[in-house]
Design a protein around this ligand. Structure first.
Ligand SMILES: NC(=O)c1ccc[n+]([C@@H]2O[C@H](COP(=O)([O-])OP(=O)(O)OC[C@H]3O[C@@H](n4cnc5c(N)ncnc54)[C@H](O)[C@@H]3O)[C@@H](O)[C@H]2O)c1
Length: 335
């Protein structure tokens, strides 16, 4: 669903320049938007410029853009001043997952933007219907759920809350095609949206297998990456069942579903780690042990991989067969 939209004439604001705010800013810049990037805490200013520059630099190397970072920096303002958001047609909030903090941030944003500007949150799991209650004009409020690194991934969920105007949701859905996304529009709010509901069902079972001693963390990870990891970039779960035999899934579900974990509490294993200060590769302390060098190399490897998988995924867009079939038929007719 492409609409004629001139991104160059549509300034976008990003509030929160942590991990995701920086990659979202990069994505919007490469899509042509002028961007006002607001740092709610001074701390963000220490890394935002270098992080965005690095993303842009690698994106040029990887041919996601033909322009050097300086081209985009002329269209980017990094500031602590919320009032510079005044002309933005869309503002994306990207602060930590805390309702009180997000509410304070919305108050600051809404005191400067126009009534018809769109306001969105990159929340992972706070229901949009709850967030929009904290705003002055709930109907212009949506979830825009990105996947890290936002400038390479095709994933985006546009989520309507109970009070959101679905027409504006459709506009955001169309706009996000200009950001290189293959988005989904979630028309009715549900906690966790689509992808987190799917992923957390898997996380819960992974903890169940480890905590009950059926397998180690390493074994669960190995099984996951070598099974689902091989097909998930090409197809989703329903197409996967079509590819591998629907009837068999029907049979297996009858016996397997009753044995899957439906635990309501947060697993003890992750609780203990977090209480011990684990943050993952960020502080070299997580489900695995890391030296600082290993942790850094994992971060770099993930970034490198995300560019490579993107390239592969672009060769296999959604409905790839529907796209390929006319070409194959034309070749056959010509022979
Ligand atoms: N990390 C991911 O992979 C991911 C994926 C999807 C969605 N999200 C969501 O994106 C949002 C940001 O996540 P992130 O990973 O970029 O986090 P981050 O920790 O890297 O950045 C957090 C941001 O929150 C701001 N912040 C912290 N305390 C604040 C305060 N008291 N007042 C105002 N701002 C404050 C910081 O300045 C920073 O800009 C969260 O809602 C998160 O759930 C994250």
């Amino acid at each position: 669903m492409e609409q004629l939209i001139d991104t160059g004439k549509m300034p976008v604001g990003v509030v929160g320049l942590g991990l995701m705010g920086c990659s979202i800013t990069t994505c919007l810049l490469m899509a042509g938007h002028p961007v006002i990037a607001v740092a709610p805490l001074k701390d963000d200013l220490k890394h935002a410029t270098s992080r965005i520059r690095e993303h842009l630099h690698t994106s040029k190397q990887e041919k996601l853009t033909v322009y050097p970072p300086d081209h985009f920096f002329s269209r980017l303002v990094i500031t602590e001043d919320y009032s510079l958001l005044a002309d933005c047609a869309l503002v994306i909030e990207c602060t930590i997952e805390n309702l009180g903090i997000k509410e304070t941030v919305y108050r600051k944003i809404e005191s400067v933007i126009s009534e018809d500007a769109l306001l969105c949150s990159n929340t992972s799991a706070i229901p949009i219907s709850i967030l929009q209650q904290q705003t002055k004009y709930p109907l212009r409020f949506f979830g825009l759920h990105w996947a890290e690194p936002s400038h390479t991934t095709r994933f985006l969920e546009v989520i309507c809350g109970d009070q959101s105007d679905v027409n504006r949701g459709e506009f955001l859905y169309a706009l996000s095609h200009h950001w290189g996304k293959e988005p989904t529009l979630v028309r009715k709010d549900i906690r966790g949206f689509i992808t987190n509901r799917l992923m957390y069902a898997m996380y819960r079972e992974a903890f169940n297998l480890v905590e009950k001693g059926y397998a180690t963390i390493e074994d669960v990870d190995r099984a996951c990456r070598n099974n689902a990891g091989y097909w998930m970039t090409l197809v989703g779960v329903f197409r996967w069942m079509d590819l591998t035999g629907v009837a068999a899934y029907n049979t297996v579900m009858k016996d397997l579903f009753p044995t899957l974990s439906n635990q309501q509490e947060v697993p003890e294993l992750i609780d203990r780690l977090v209480k011990d200060g684990a943050r993952g590769v960020t502080n070299a302390k997580g489900f695995y042990e890391y030296t600082p060098e290993e942790a850094k190399l994992w971060e770099e490897t993930f970034i490198r991989f995300s560019y490579e998988i993107r390239e592969l995924a672009l060769r296999y867009p959604a409905d790839v067969v529907k796209k390929q079939l006319p070409e194959k038929q034309a070749i056959r007719n010509a022979i």
